[in-house]
Write a protein that binds this ligand. Sequence first.
Ligand code: ATP
Ligand code: MG
Length: 241
Amino acid sequence: MLEVNDLNVSYGAVNAVQGVTLRADVGKVTLVLGANGAGKTTSLRAIAGYHKPKSGAVLVEGVDLAGSRAHKMVRNRLVLVPEGRRVFGTLTVEENLRIGGYRASRSEVEATISEVYEQFPILSDRKDKQAGLLSGGEQQMLAFGRAVMSQPKVILMDEPSMGLAPTMVDSVMTKVREIADRGIAVLIVEQNADAGLQIADQVSVITRGTTVWTGAAADADRAAVHAVLGESALEGDVDGH
Ligand SMILES: Nc1ncnc2c1ncn2[C@@H]1O[C@H](COP(=O)(O)OP(=O)(O)OP(=O)(O)O)[C@@H](O)[C@H]1O
Ligand SMILES: [Mg+2]
Protein backbone atom coordinates (compact mmCIF):
# COMPACT_ATOMS: atom_id res chain seq x y z
CA MET A 1 0.00 0.00 0.00
CA LEU A 2 2.74 2.46 1.06
CA GLU A 3 6.38 1.96 0.11
CA VAL A 4 9.00 4.52 0.96
CA ASN A 5 12.39 3.90 -0.62
CA ASP A 6 15.64 5.64 0.22
CA LEU A 7 14.04 8.88 1.38
CA ASN A 8 16.37 11.86 1.84
CA VAL A 9 15.21 15.09 3.46
CA SER A 10 17.24 18.13 4.42
CA TYR A 11 16.74 21.42 6.22
CA GLY A 12 19.15 23.62 4.32
CA ALA A 13 22.57 22.09 4.85
CA VAL A 14 21.32 19.66 7.52
CA ASN A 15 20.57 16.19 6.14
CA ALA A 16 17.97 15.12 8.70
CA VAL A 17 16.90 12.00 6.81
CA GLN A 18 19.31 10.08 4.61
CA GLY A 19 18.10 6.68 3.51
CA VAL A 20 14.80 5.95 5.20
CA THR A 21 13.02 2.92 3.79
CA LEU A 22 9.60 1.96 5.17
CA ARG A 23 6.46 0.15 4.18
CA ALA A 24 2.91 -0.08 5.47
CA ASP A 25 0.38 -2.70 4.46
CA VAL A 26 -3.42 -2.83 4.57
CA GLY A 27 -4.69 -4.15 7.88
CA LYS A 28 -1.26 -3.90 9.49
CA VAL A 29 0.38 -1.60 12.01
CA THR A 30 3.97 -0.67 11.20
CA LEU A 31 5.77 0.83 14.18
CA VAL A 32 8.66 3.23 13.62
CA LEU A 33 11.08 3.48 16.52
CA GLY A 34 14.01 5.81 16.92
CA ALA A 35 15.71 8.03 19.46
CA ASN A 36 15.07 11.78 19.78
CA GLY A 37 16.15 13.58 16.64
CA ALA A 38 16.47 10.37 14.60
CA GLY A 39 14.34 11.83 11.82
CA LYS A 40 10.94 10.22 12.47
CA THR A 41 8.83 13.38 12.29
CA THR A 42 10.84 14.66 9.33
CA SER A 43 10.17 11.38 7.48
CA LEU A 44 6.43 11.40 8.18
CA ARG A 45 6.07 15.05 7.18
CA ALA A 46 8.01 14.48 3.96
CA ILE A 47 5.93 11.39 3.11
CA ALA A 48 2.66 13.26 3.79
CA GLY A 49 3.64 16.22 1.60
CA TYR A 50 4.43 18.87 4.22
CA HIS A 51 8.13 19.07 3.41
CA LYS A 52 9.62 18.32 0.01
CA PRO A 53 12.10 15.44 0.10
CA LYS A 54 15.45 15.86 -1.62
CA SER A 55 15.16 12.42 -3.19
CA GLY A 56 13.55 9.03 -2.75
CA ALA A 57 10.29 7.34 -3.68
CA VAL A 58 6.93 7.50 -1.90
CA LEU A 59 4.75 4.89 -3.58
CA VAL A 60 1.05 4.76 -2.76
CA GLU A 61 -0.55 1.76 -4.43
CA GLY A 62 2.46 1.60 -6.73
CA VAL A 63 2.36 5.25 -7.85
CA ASP A 64 5.32 7.43 -6.90
CA LEU A 65 3.91 10.58 -5.30
CA ALA A 66 7.15 11.84 -3.72
CA GLY A 67 7.21 15.62 -3.54
CA SER A 68 3.43 16.03 -3.92
CA ARG A 69 1.76 18.52 -1.59
CA ALA A 70 -0.34 17.37 1.36
CA HIS A 71 -3.72 17.99 -0.29
CA LYS A 72 -2.69 15.78 -3.18
CA MET A 73 -1.56 13.06 -0.80
CA VAL A 74 -4.95 13.25 0.95
CA ARG A 75 -6.68 12.90 -2.43
CA ASN A 76 -4.54 9.82 -2.96
CA ARG A 77 -5.80 8.48 0.40
CA LEU A 78 -2.72 9.14 2.55
CA VAL A 79 -3.17 11.35 5.62
CA LEU A 80 -0.99 12.42 8.56
CA VAL A 81 -2.17 12.65 12.16
CA PRO A 82 0.41 15.18 13.34
CA GLU A 83 2.40 15.30 16.52
CA GLY A 84 0.51 17.17 19.22
CA ARG A 85 -2.92 16.37 17.69
CA ARG A 86 -3.50 19.93 16.35
CA VAL A 87 -7.27 20.00 16.72
CA PHE A 88 -9.01 23.35 16.22
CA GLY A 89 -9.66 24.21 19.85
CA THR A 90 -12.33 26.84 19.37
CA LEU A 91 -14.39 24.69 16.98
CA THR A 92 -16.68 21.90 18.09
CA VAL A 93 -15.83 18.23 17.72
CA GLU A 94 -18.21 17.91 14.78
CA GLU A 95 -16.81 21.00 13.05
CA ASN A 96 -13.33 19.50 13.36
CA LEU A 97 -14.58 16.28 11.77
CA ARG A 98 -16.23 18.15 8.89
CA ILE A 99 -12.91 19.84 8.14
CA GLY A 100 -11.35 16.37 7.79
CA GLY A 101 -13.99 15.49 5.20
CA TYR A 102 -13.47 18.55 3.05
CA ARG A 103 -12.69 16.58 -0.09
CA ALA A 104 -15.93 14.61 -0.04
CA SER A 105 -19.45 15.48 -1.20
CA ARG A 106 -22.08 16.52 1.35
CA SER A 107 -23.82 13.13 1.41
CA GLU A 108 -20.48 11.37 1.70
CA VAL A 109 -19.56 13.59 4.65
CA GLU A 110 -22.83 12.73 6.45
CA ALA A 111 -22.27 9.00 5.89
CA THR A 112 -18.64 9.17 6.97
CA ILE A 113 -19.45 11.22 10.08
CA SER A 114 -21.94 8.53 11.12
CA GLU A 115 -19.26 5.89 10.65
CA VAL A 116 -16.75 7.92 12.66
CA TYR A 117 -19.27 8.34 15.51
CA GLU A 118 -19.84 4.61 15.48
CA GLN A 119 -16.12 3.92 15.52
CA PHE A 120 -15.40 6.62 18.14
CA PRO A 121 -18.43 6.76 20.48
CA ILE A 122 -16.68 9.33 22.68
CA LEU A 123 -16.75 11.79 19.76
CA SER A 124 -20.47 11.25 19.32
CA ASP A 125 -21.01 11.97 23.04
CA ARG A 126 -18.95 15.16 22.74
CA LYS A 127 -19.94 16.32 19.25
CA ASP A 128 -21.13 19.80 20.26
CA LYS A 129 -18.32 20.40 22.72
CA GLN A 130 -15.42 22.73 21.94
CA ALA A 131 -12.46 20.59 20.95
CA GLY A 132 -10.14 22.61 23.20
CA LEU A 133 -12.13 21.47 26.25
CA LEU A 134 -11.57 17.76 25.57
CA SER A 135 -8.99 15.73 27.50
CA GLY A 136 -5.73 14.85 25.75
CA GLY A 137 -6.95 11.34 25.03
CA GLU A 138 -10.24 12.61 23.62
CA GLN A 139 -8.37 15.11 21.45
CA GLN A 140 -6.26 12.26 20.13
CA MET A 141 -9.43 10.33 19.24
CA LEU A 142 -10.66 13.47 17.46
CA ALA A 143 -7.39 13.72 15.53
CA PHE A 144 -7.86 10.08 14.45
CA GLY A 145 -11.53 10.71 13.60
CA ARG A 146 -10.64 13.76 11.54
CA ALA A 147 -8.10 11.65 9.59
CA VAL A 148 -10.67 8.87 9.03
CA MET A 149 -13.04 11.52 7.61
CA SER A 150 -10.79 11.76 4.55
CA GLN A 151 -11.45 8.05 3.85
CA PRO A 152 -7.76 7.17 3.82
CA LYS A 153 -6.04 3.94 2.88
CA VAL A 154 -2.85 4.95 4.68
CA ILE A 155 -2.70 6.83 7.99
CA LEU A 156 0.60 8.12 9.38
CA MET A 157 0.58 8.87 13.12
CA ASP A 158 3.24 10.87 14.92
CA GLU A 159 3.51 9.92 18.61
CA PRO A 160 -0.19 9.66 19.45
CA SER A 161 0.57 8.58 23.03
CA MET A 162 2.67 11.64 23.81
CA GLY A 163 1.62 13.42 26.99
CA LEU A 164 -1.25 11.05 27.78
CA ALA A 165 -1.95 9.32 31.10
CA PRO A 166 -1.02 5.60 31.04
CA THR A 167 -4.64 4.42 31.00
CA MET A 168 -5.35 6.68 28.03
CA VAL A 169 -2.26 5.36 26.24
CA ASP A 170 -3.84 1.89 26.29
CA SER A 171 -7.15 3.05 24.83
CA VAL A 172 -5.41 5.12 22.16
CA MET A 173 -3.28 2.12 21.14
CA THR A 174 -6.34 -0.15 21.08
CA LYS A 175 -7.99 2.36 18.78
CA VAL A 176 -4.93 2.40 16.51
CA ARG A 177 -5.20 -1.38 16.21
CA GLU A 178 -8.92 -1.11 15.39
CA ILE A 179 -8.24 1.48 12.69
CA ALA A 180 -5.78 -0.90 11.02
CA ASP A 181 -8.15 -3.85 11.40
CA ARG A 182 -10.75 -1.95 9.40
CA GLY A 183 -8.47 -2.25 6.38
CA ILE A 184 -6.17 0.74 6.66
CA ALA A 185 -2.36 0.70 6.47
CA VAL A 186 -1.10 2.37 9.66
CA LEU A 187 2.43 3.73 10.04
CA ILE A 188 2.94 4.90 13.61
CA VAL A 189 5.88 6.62 15.28
CA GLU A 190 6.12 6.01 19.02
CA GLN A 191 8.74 6.86 21.63
CA ASN A 192 6.79 4.59 23.95
CA ALA A 193 8.15 1.38 22.40
CA ASP A 194 6.36 -0.88 24.89
CA ALA A 195 2.96 0.58 24.02
CA GLY A 196 3.70 0.45 20.30
CA LEU A 197 4.95 -3.13 20.37
CA GLN A 198 1.65 -4.28 21.95
CA ILE A 199 -0.20 -3.53 18.72
CA ALA A 200 2.44 -3.60 15.97
CA ASP A 201 2.84 -6.20 13.22
CA GLN A 202 6.02 -4.78 11.72
CA VAL A 203 8.79 -2.64 13.16
CA SER A 204 11.33 -0.33 11.56
CA VAL A 205 14.10 1.27 13.57
CA ILE A 206 15.58 4.60 12.45
CA THR A 207 18.95 5.74 13.74
CA ARG A 208 20.41 9.12 12.75
CA GLY A 209 18.20 9.47 9.69
CA THR A 210 18.59 5.94 8.32
CA THR A 211 16.49 2.80 8.59
CA VAL A 212 18.76 0.31 10.35
CA TRP A 213 16.40 -2.56 11.10
CA THR A 214 13.06 -3.82 9.77
CA GLY A 215 11.27 -6.96 10.78
CA ALA A 216 8.28 -8.59 12.41
CA ALA A 217 7.21 -7.10 15.73
CA ALA A 218 7.58 -10.54 17.31
CA ASP A 219 11.29 -10.45 16.41
CA ALA A 220 11.81 -6.90 17.69
CA ASP A 221 12.52 -8.20 21.14
CA ARG A 222 13.08 -5.90 24.02
CA ALA A 223 16.81 -6.55 24.10
CA ALA A 224 17.23 -5.45 20.48
CA VAL A 225 15.12 -2.34 20.95
CA HIS A 226 17.03 -1.58 24.11
CA ALA A 227 20.37 -1.99 22.36
CA VAL A 228 19.45 0.35 19.53
CA LEU A 229 17.48 2.97 21.38
CA GLY A 230 18.74 2.88 24.93
CA GLU A 231 16.92 2.99 28.24
CA SER A 232 14.41 5.69 27.40
CA ALA A 233 12.65 3.54 24.80
CA LEU A 234 11.26 1.14 27.38
CA GLU A 235 9.48 3.08 30.04
CA GLY A 236 9.26 1.43 33.40
CA ASP A 237 11.95 -1.00 32.34
CA VAL A 238 14.19 -1.23 35.35
CA ASP A 239 16.44 -4.19 34.77
CA GLY A 240 16.47 -4.48 30.99
CA HIS A 241 14.17 -7.52 30.80
N1 ATP B 1 12.77 22.83 11.05
C1 ATP B 1 13.98 22.29 11.22
N2 ATP B 1 15.10 22.96 10.84
C2 ATP B 1 16.33 22.42 11.01
N3 ATP B 1 16.56 21.22 11.54
C3 ATP B 1 15.50 20.50 11.94
C4 ATP B 1 14.15 21.00 11.81
N4 ATP B 1 13.30 20.06 12.30
C5 ATP B 1 14.07 19.05 12.72
N5 ATP B 1 15.39 19.31 12.51
C6 ATP B 1 16.51 18.41 12.81
O1 ATP B 1 16.34 17.22 12.05
C7 ATP B 1 16.68 16.07 12.81
C8 ATP B 1 15.49 15.14 12.86
O2 ATP B 1 14.45 15.74 13.61
P1 ATP B 1 13.02 15.06 13.77
O3 ATP B 1 12.13 16.04 14.44
O4 ATP B 1 12.60 14.50 12.48
O5 ATP B 1 13.35 13.86 14.76
P2 ATP B 1 12.38 12.87 15.53
O6 ATP B 1 12.91 11.51 15.29
O7 ATP B 1 10.98 13.13 15.17
O8 ATP B 1 12.65 13.28 17.05
P3 ATP B 1 11.69 13.30 18.33
O9 ATP B 1 11.73 11.91 18.87
O10 ATP B 1 12.32 14.27 19.24
O11 ATP B 1 10.32 13.71 17.88
C9 ATP B 1 17.13 16.58 14.15
O12 ATP B 1 18.51 16.67 14.14
C10 ATP B 1 16.50 17.94 14.25
O13 ATP B 1 17.26 18.79 15.06
MG1 MG C 1 9.30 13.69 16.24
